[in-house]
Design a protein around this ligand. Structure first.
Ligand code: 13P
Length: 335
């Protein structure tokens, strides 16, 4: 089992490839669709995701896709399951297994992730449906006196419980502690909090017996808060992020795939590229973007069949730019 998980983990972060996060919950996809005036019906969600997954040559840049519970059960208009379509394109299917967040008891401005109840049974079903990896997202909020030690402790404990359950079920855990970009905090504060969180997460993962070579990390870059008014250059983001990772990431971790967290499409690519220019590292540093891979594509799509080709072109362009950034070879949008 160990070797198999390690092989999948390595394939997920292979140089030149990254992961498409298309696991938006019902609430999140509705927000995205509202912007283009498309109602969030089951058929529209299906059609949108079919557009992404059937983009010609997707497997050249994309190693894996994170699906949502509804999506892993859906099919293309020609009646082929999404998992099969992806597999034929050389793309690994993964699944979001957390059930979103709720306010933490005793500290309502912080969040705890739901979904541990009955997780073992759900994982078994996802394995039967063809999933090879599973994502769980914990969010850490920076604020006045936040995050609390208790919030980090609880989120870490839940991430570890989920990661153990995944490996037991034969799935690669994609462990996602996200330090929120929202807020007026500085880049240094993001770095401090990320260090606290990642240190706790790896200590607990290891002591609970999670096999580090059979998992992937998904986390944030070290970046200033969105409302801080500060702007960090790709070089600054790269320097701070790499410094942190060298301190806290274990050498036997196959790789880390960044979330975009509210960065623009080009920003997310430039920052990833600057990070990889500082390599090589013991781990591959790749992408697992949601918004930063889909923003132009959804805008081009507009819910219309006649826009599918233009939308796929927009998506593949972003995928290619980020593919170049995984090897530090992105030189601007023109190429
Ligand atoms: P963003 O890249 O839009 O932050 O989404 C990635 C993700 O999967 C967050 O869980």
């Amino acid at each position: 089992m160990g070797n198999q998980l390690n092989e999948i983990a390595n394939a997920m972060v292979a140089p030149g490839k990254g992961i498409l996060a298309a696991d938006e919950s019902f609430g999140t996809i509705e927000k995205r669709f509202t912007k283009i005036n498309v109602p969030s019906t089951e058929e529209n969600r299906r059609a949108y995701r079919e557009m992404l997954y059937t983009a010609p040559g997707i497997g050249e840049y994309i190693s894996g896709v994170i699906l949502f519970d509804e999506t892993i059960r859906q099919k293309t208009s020609s009646d082929i399951s999404f998992v099969e379509v992806l597999q034929k394109a050389g793309v690994i299917s993964g699944i979001k297994v957390d059930l979103g967040t709720k306010a933490m008891d005793g500290s309502p401005d912080e969040k705890i992730t739901k979904g541990l109840d009955g997780l073992g049974a759900r994982l078994k079903e996802y394995v039967a449906l063809g999933a090879k990896f599973a994502k769980w997202r914990a969010v850490i909020t920076i604020g006045d006196g936040l995050p609390t030690d208790e919030n980090i402790r609880q989120n870490t404990k839940d991430l570890v419980a989920y990661a153990l359950a995944c490996q037991k079920a034969g799935l690669v855990p994609m462990v996602e502690p996200e330090v929120f970009m929202d807020g007026g905090h500085s880049m240094a504060r993001c770095g401090e909090v990320s260090e606290r969180v990642l240190t706790a997460v790896f200590e607990e993962l290891r002591s609970a017996g999670v096999e580090i070579p059979g998992m992937i990390l998904k986390t944030n870059m070290v970046i200033p808060g969105k409302e801080s008014g500060a702007k960090a250059s790709p070089k600054e983001v790269a320097e701070a992020t790499v410094r942190l990772f060298k301190k806290v990431l274990p050498g036997d971790l196959p790789g880390q795939a960044f979330l975009s967290g509210g960065q623009s499409e080009v920003e997310a690519t430039e920052n990833l590229n600057a990070i990889n220019k500082r390599g090589p590292f013991p781990w591959n540093l790749s992408f697992s973007y949601g918004r930063a891979l889909q923003a132009s594509a959804i805008e081009a799509w507009q819910g219309k069949e006649e826009n599918v080709i233009a939308a796929q072109k927009a998506f593949l362009h972003r995928a290619r730019m980020n593919s170049l950034a995984t090897v530090g070879k992105y030189e601007g949008e023109g190429i």
